[in-house]
Design a protein. Sequence first.
Length: 245
Amino acid sequence: MERNIIEIFSSIQGEGKYAGCRQVFVRFEGCNLNCRYCDTENQPGTHGSCQVEAGAGSRRFEAWDNPLSSDQVSRIIERMLLEVPHQAVSFTGGEPLLHAAFIHDLAQRIRKQTKVFLETNGSLPEALERILEDVDIISMDIKMPGITGKDLWEQHRSFMDIGKEKELYVKMVISDETQEDEFHHAVKLMAGVVPQAMCILQPVTPCGGCKAAPPQKVLQYQAYALRYLSDVRVIPQTHKMIGQM
């Protein structure tokens, strides 16, 4: 089994519950959404080679011809795990669940050595169900219609209902453009399915025309979410602040 991979590297998780932890990142091509604030070039078929870090954290990269096999990727991951202790291997993108079968194959090879961490937009519940047993931690976004142009509420509801069997937390990106009614809907949706899960409010890093949310708006939104959810934290993209990938 082969897939086009954008990059494989070792760095610090910059978002959410595990911010600050060392992880190996495997970034896949392709996404089923088009979020205005997305900062990743993930267009399918545009990466003739994968940038593979030569040493964990070295920032020296080698170009490996795409597509890569699951055997090649697992060997790269295993080498990095030996070089530096890592908290998990993060499958990210793009949207990694577009490559569920490949992730399943990889997980069978590496799960005895590390935890499998899935960073996902939370819109593909059927794909999650197929590989749920391969995953340890799920970092799920709730994508509001104002930023994607799509109504994904039912997909998100189903995704949380499936994912709650694992360690699941939910991120909501907050920008100046975030609409209050959509945010309220997202909070109540989460409260109806996983009220005890951690909710991360992530102030947007301005990109693609999105503007940063005013500080008072972030506090107001957190106050509202705390009425319905037990654990609500405001955590920005910390890796951007310290110059990490």
